[in-house]
Design a protein around this ligand. Structure first.
Ligand code: C2E
Ligand code: CA
Ligand code: CA
Length: 668
């Protein structure tokens, strides 16, 4: 294993101070020597000049005297010289080695004359030297004037100057170190701040401006670069944050951001004591668009829908895409009434047709509404209740529904049923009832309609109004319809064997009309059983056709080409007109029971039913009235020329065995 030795690091100040100190420690002694020796030389030279000048003057004065004749004068010159104070030692050494000294005891010299080469030598504070004297009358003889000058003052001066220089150099060294420390602090401080801010930024605190400036250009550049880096980090962070919180396709907030806003809305509304509403919107038939026209078109549809929805909202509202074709809204301050108004507006905004890749499309939506605080005071509850309301809207084929506690029960039930449905289809827990159709003209049965019941092992009989929407939603309706045909084909066969003109009608869901699978399974079942195709009717509601007219026309044409007849169920409940429906291969029209049940000559429905019968006949389509409950209605329909009837007046839907008996009593 490699162990890295930890390198000791010091601050720039330490390095600079130590470096400057060391350099100065090398330079200062040299500097000191230079300065002091310069001083010494000049002050000593000055001193020497002075003393040699004095000595010269004395020698000149003495040379006016004769050593033999004027000895008294000579002695007094010597004595006054010494009395002046500067001269501490004076004597004359004659050419014949005679020594003449001052006579006065107090002026007697005890020291010995030791000639000095330089000032300050021999440590005696006296500078000894001699000069020649030419006494009058001595001819060529040379005597020597020996002098000793007090040198202590000049040496003292020199020592004081040395001290001062040492002080000055110390002060200089201190000053330079302080200056260096101050300058490096100028570098060090912003560098330190930059370091602290970098650590801060690395910790994610990118929002606070750098706030570091320096008079040093290089450091200011560094600070500018770091600030630029921070700003781009802020940008990147904002971009990433936006990306993490928004849906790529529509740019709307995603589920995470929505949940966050929902929590915030709850907190704010609780504080302000004000309501707000949650809308959950699910597009109708979106899967179908995706499956048939491709994901590209699906994506475009979502974008258009997202744009349209946004136009209907206020600034304070949120719309988010929380799933494939699911959108969620938070409407701040909106109570139930406001929410319904806005939801209606959103539905209207989405409704108009739009063009994508040359397809003219129209998409519907279902909205569930929950209101804070009436329907819950936490996010989960508000969402699940909006969801329940949305399912309810879908089930009831309305564009919006507000949550109601009753819905929970239904929702729970339908969840349970959805769970059981698949198994029940496979285990054959469905039974068929048959309701006869009677030819009015002859009064005899001419066919029957198969009506399905779910025999739930625990819940007993469940009616189609409940389980058909679930089967459609759970994508099980195709399987269910196919199994109905397959499981009851033997009964159909039995009936047509007894009554060759007798026909059987089966109900087909709108979802069944979206692809070929039902067509394929029905035709192959009929093929195997050799059931005469002309004896089979499929009942399709007009709404089923209108939801996707092009595709429906294709599928219905395929049925027709196989000889299978088509009956329009629940006619009158939709918005289509007969003249539009004539484009489809229709054999029979069933007037919905809501028009028939209480029909009389004065009811508003009377002219509608009458006109429908006439028009259908004009188009070669026969008419069945369903929901005939009494003789009077039957009479009225007969007068209008209606072809066939079906209803409780004759019989309720019957078990197969009962049907056979019922028919047996009326046919043959
Ligand atoms: P629908 O096709 O309109 O069927 C007629 C409904 O009216 C039946 O209800 C029938 O029992 C009822 N009915 C018949 N005569 C009268 C009458 O005189 N008065 C009144 N008030 N009602 C009468 P049911 O069996 O509950 O079926 C309800 C709906 O369920 C059917 O309406 C049909 O749309 C659907 N359905 C039934 N079986 C199937 C099936 O196998 N597949 C599909 N996709 N839908 C089915
Ligand atoms: Ca029907
Ligand atoms: Ca019907």
């Amino acid at each position: 294993m490699v162990t890295s030795q930890k390198k000791r690091v010091f601050s720039i100040t330490t390095y600079m101070v130590v470096a400057v100190f060391l350099v100065h420690m090398a330079v200062i002694p040299f500097l000191y020597n230079e300065i002091t020796s310069q001083y010494k030389v000049s002050s000593y030279e000055q001193y020497l000049g002075h003393v040699t000048e004095v000595a010269g003057l004395l020698a000149d004065v003495l040379s006016t005297k004769s050593l033999t004749e004027d000895q008294g004068d000579v002695l007094s010159i010597l004595e006054t010289s010494i009395l002046g104070g500067n001269i501490q030692y004076i004597e004359i050494l004659s050419d014949n080695d005679l020594v003449i000294r001052p006579r006065d005891e107090s002026l007697q010299i005890t020291e010995e004359f030791v000639e000095d080469k330089m000032v300050g030598t021999n440590g005696d504070d006296v500078y000894y030297f001699d000069v020649p004297v030419y006494f009058k009358g001595d001819g060529e003889a040379i005597s020597r004037l020996r002098l000793g000058f007090d040198e202590s003052a000049v040496i003292n001066d020199y020592n004081i100057v040395k001290e001062k220089i040492i002080y000055a150099l110390m002060v200089y060294l201190l000053a330079i170190i302080l200056i260096i420390a101050a300058i490096t602090r100028l570098i060090h401080k912003p560098l330190y701040q930059l370091r602290e801010r970098s650590k801060d930024i690395a910790n994610g605190n990118v929002d606070v401006p750098l706030g570091v400036s320096s008079g040093l250009r290089e450091i200011q550049f560094l600070a500018n670069d770091l600030e630029l880096m921070r700003l781009s980090l802020v940008d990147i962070a904002a971009h990433m944050q936006h990306k993490a919180a928004h849906d790529d396709l529509t740019g709307l907030p995603n589920r995470y951001l929505f949940n966050d806003r929902l929590e915030q809305s709850i907190a704010r509304s609780a504080r302000d004591n004000s309501p707000f509403s949650v809308l959950l919107l699910d597009l109708d038939r979106f899967k179908e668009i995706n499956d048939t026209l491709g994901h590209g078109v699906g994506d475009e549809v979502l974008k258009i829908v997202a744009r349209r929805m946004q136009t209907g909202l206020r600034e304070s509202d949120t719309v988010a895409r929380i799933g494939g074709d699911e959108f969620s809204f938070i409407l701040m301050g909106a109570d139930q009434q406001d929410a319904e108004k806005i939801a209606n507006k959103v539905v209207d905004l989405i409704k108009p047709k739009f063009e994508v890749n040359n397809h003219l499309l129209k998409i519907g939506s279902s909205i569930g509404i929950s209101v804070y605080p009436d329907h819950g005071d936490d996010a989960g509850l508000l969402m699940s209740r909006a969801d329940v309301a949305m399912y309810c809207a879908k089930q009831n084929n309305v564009s919006l529904a507000v949550y109601d506690p009753e819905m929970d029960r239904n929702h729970y039930e339908s969840l349970m049923l959805a769970n059981d449905l698949k198994n029940s289809i496979r285990s054959g827990h469905f039974s068929a009832l048959y309701q006869p159709k009677i030819n009015i003209a002859t009064g005899t049965p001419c066919g029957c309609e198969l009506l399905l019941r779910w025999q739930h092992p625990q819940l007993g009989t469940i009616y189609p109004d409940k389980f058909i929407p679930i089967a459609e939603r759970e994508n099980l309706i195709g399987e269910l319809t196919s199994s109905v045909v397959r499981n009851n084909l033997a009964s159909f066969q039995e009936l047509v064997e007894i009554y060759p003109d007798f026909h059987v009608s089966i109900n087909v869901s709108p979802v069944d009309l979206l692809d070929n699978s039902l067509f394929n399974s029905i035709t192959s079942a009929l093929e195997q059983a050799r059931f005469p195709r002309g004896n089979l009717y499929i009942e399709v509601t007009e709404n089923a056709i209108m939801k996707n007219p092009l595709r429906s026309a294709e599928i219905l044409d395929m049925f027709k080409d196989e000889g299978i007849k088509i009956s329009i169920d629940d006619f009158g409940t939709g918005y289509s007109s007969l003249s539009y429906l004539q484009k489809f291969p229709i054999s029979e029209l069933k007037i919905d029971k809501s028009f028939v049940k209480e029909l009389n000559q004065w009811s508003v429905n009377f002219p509608i039913v009458s006109a429908t019968i006439t028009m259908a006949h004009d188009l070669g389509i026969s008419v069945v009235a369903e929901g005939v409950e009494d003789e009077a209605v039957l009479q009225l329909l007969a007068e209008m020329g209606c072809d066939r009837v079906q209803g409780y007046h004759y019989t309720r839907p019957l078990e197969f065995e009962d049907l056979k008996q019922w028919l047996n009593a009326r046919l043959i």
